[in-house]
Design a protein around this ligand. Structure first.
Ligand code: SAH
Ligand code: SF4
Length: 358
């Protein structure tokens, strides 16, 4: 039986656990500013305290099991958890550093970390590789937090360097709402990683009642809705859970969600060849989003071995995008980052399993 991870505790919980309070502050600093992974390195703590902590807790509840680096700067990690299960995390370089004529850094590079919230997923989307393995368990708050800490440390990114977090890895974040909310709060802590709510985006397949709950928590995060289809028949084929939470219920929940007035709700639309890539769908999408400050992100379906669907042509994607843009809906085509590695969600894990089996 493994020890509880210290990353599972919020700052207030840690303060209740470790007295006097300046000690818990020191520990918090060691973890979130120095990326300490052993209590032994916390040299300003009394030796007896370090030993006691080490007996009771571990720090990092995961280790790198596999790492793939793409030529575009994307790095995909497969992390092994304490119970041997694995999840994926992706480190994305969104913008390169730019240097002016004098050799000074003009703009710093920007990074986003795509984190997992569950081992597997219950939602069972027919296009998603994560769904194929079924559901195993929820990640704890500490296991969610650890993914960001581990990739920041592995890439030597100073603690003060901000990054964005997207909850778009394996699992359905809103199906693990309590641990998700706790992780969001730990990330936000200004004496810790200090990643504000507006830098965190929760992507959901559309559990409308949980969208409401997340909104009530008022954490200041963004939401992204994995819409993928404009009518319930196709959406239920792609996302079986749509039978319980249909499109109308999702749109209603989005309208109730507290959104920063300067921001937009992101709608992700996975484009699948000959399924939802036609202009008729684009037309319905414009109608559906009427009255919402939305931004649509078109995603190429990324085929994998044995997948039932095909990748759309770039031409069809561009036509779809143009239709939306000319009808007043902001729309981008997501550049598929890391295409030379196992890009889409669940694909690195699958590769690992195949290699173990063969
Ligand atoms: N469960 C949440 C978040 C994780 S899924 C959700 O569904 O929103 C993260 C993203 O990966 C989703 O937008 C999903 O559409 C996308 N995805 C899954 N399988 C994919 C594939 N084969 N090709 C491209 N994107 C895929
Ligand atoms: Fe789960 Fe998201 Fe994959 Fe659907 S797309 S099975 S909700 S991880």
């Amino acid at each position: 039986m493994s020890k509880p991870s210290i990353l599972d505790y919020s700052k207030a919980e840690l303060a209740a656990l470790v007295k006097p309070s300046f000690r818990s502050k020191q520990i918090w600093g060691w973890i979130y500013h120095q990326y300490a992974t052993s209590f032994d390195t916390m040299q300003n703590l009394p030796k007896a305290m370090r030993e006691e902590l080490a007996q009771k807790y571990e720090i990092m509840p995961l280790k790198i099991a596999r790492k793939e680096c793409s030529t575009d700067g994307t790095i995909k990690y497969l992390f092994e958890l304490s119970d041997g299960k694995t999840v994926e995390t992706v480190w994305l370089k969104m913008k390169d550093e730019s240097i002016d004529d004098e050799g000074n850094v003009e703009n710093e590079a920007r990074y986003t970390v795509c984190v997992s919230t569950q081992v597997g997923c219950k939602v069972g989307c027919t296009f998603c590789l994560t769904a194929k393995g079924g559901f195993s368990r929820d990640l704890s708050a500490g296991e969610i937090v650890a993914q960001v800490l581990a990739v920041k440390a592995d890439n030597g990114l100073a603690a003060s360097k901000r990054l964005n977090i997207v909850y778009m890895g394996m699992g359905e974040p809103l199906d693990n709402l309590d641990n998700l909310a706790k992780a969001i709060t730990i990330f936000k802590d200004e004496e810790g990683l200090s990643i504000s709510g507006k830098r965190q985006t929760v992507s959901t397949s559309g559990l409308s009642t949980k969208i409401d709950k997340l909104g009530e928590m008022d954490l200041g995060v963004h939401i992204a809705i994995s819409l993928h289809a404009v009518d319930d028949e196709l959406r239920s084929e792609l996302i079986p859970m749509n039978k319980a939470y249909n499109i109308a219920s999702i749109i209603d929940a989005v309208k109730r969600f507290p959104i920063d007035t300067r921001k937009r709700v992101m709608f992700e639309y996975l484009v699948i060849k000959d399924k939802n890539d036609d202009l008729g769908s684009a037309k319905k999408l414009v109608k559906l989003l009427h009255g919402i400050k939305a931004k649509v992100n078109l995603i190429f379906f990324n085929p994998y071995e044995g997948s039932d669907y095909g990748r759309p042509t770039r031409g069809d994607m561009v036509k779809f995008q143009e239709y939306l843009t000319t009808h007043g809906v902001l729309c981008t085509i997501r550049d598929s980052k890391g295409l030379d590695i196992s890009a889409a969600c669940g694909q690195l894990k699958e590769k690992d399993l195949n290699e173990v089996i063969s």
